[in-house]
Design a protein around this ligand. Structure first.
Ligand SMILES: C[S@@+](CC[C@H](N)C(=O)[O-])C[C@H]1O[C@@H](n2cnc3c(N)ncnc32)[C@H](O)[C@@H]1O
Length: 205
């Protein structure tokens, strides 16, 4: 049973993060130096906003964080923060993301350096179904990453682990130089979530 008073929950409250999930991204990015000053970051499934807060700190004033969720994000007012309130399964949400990621052929200014997806389905407790739903969201995120990342970019995505993970990782291996799976310390012991970190996007794949 989730204990709302767990240590990461308390830490998040004290340090002003909107979610305990913030510590997962902090850990992933600190260990792997993935988000840097000036980066443009796309944050899918961003509400209530913990990952966006972490990403905004890491990219600094010259970077950008574009967050997407069908749930609201409130109280993040940085000038370089943009929120698209939409469902990732809806074509107009994808169109709105692409409008922020235009990649003129000769320019490196369009596109994103990092695409994050912490999207999670509404869980049913039926492990196979939750896994299948999470893979579906992860596939949607991978497709979005493939059409918006700069060459060499990074994609970080959450999955509920299960048998389709192997094929999912294989598909990413065809598009990225390196693909790893990791379980951050801030992940609850009882959870079967894990993160895939794919770096070195090959834009010709
Ligand atoms: C674990 S929460 C994300 C927490 C966030 N990373 C943070 O640090 O605050 C998962 C989010 O995925 C969002 N989500 C799930 N399916 C989605 C979809 N189809 N389109 C947009 N957002 C979705 C949910 O609304 C939820 O806010």
């Amino acid at each position: 049973m989730y204990n709302r008073k767990d240590s990461y929950y308390k830490k998040a409250k004290k340090e002003g993060y909107k979610s305990r999930a913030a510590y997962k991204l902090l850990e992933l990015s600190q260990k792997n130096q993935l988000i840097k000053k000036g980066h443009r970051v796309l944050d899918l499934g961003a509400a209530p906003g913990g990952w966006s807060q972490v990403a905004l700190n890491l990219v600094g004033a010259n970077g950008l964080v574009l967050a997407v969720d069908y749930a609201a994000i409130e109280g993040i007012n940085a000038p370089n923060f943009v929120f698209i309130h939409g469902d990732m399964t809806a074509p107009d949400t994808i169109a709105a993301i692409l409008a922020h990621a235009e990649k003129p052929a000769e320019s490196t200014n369009g596109g994103f350096d990092v695409v994050l997806s912490d999207m999670a389905p509404k869980t049913t407790g039926i492990k196979l179904k939750d896994h299948a739903d999470s893979i579906e969201l992860a596939q949607l995120a991978a497709k979005t990453a493939a059409s918006t990342l700069k060459a060499g970019g990074t994609f970080i995505v959450k999955l509920f682990d299960g048998e389709d993970r192997v094929q999912y990782v294989k598909d990413l291996q065809a598009q990225y130089k390196s693909v790893r799976t990791i379980r951050p310390d801030a992940t609850r012991k009882s959870s079967y979530e894990m993160y895939v970190i794919a770096t070195g996007f090959n834009s010709n794949s």
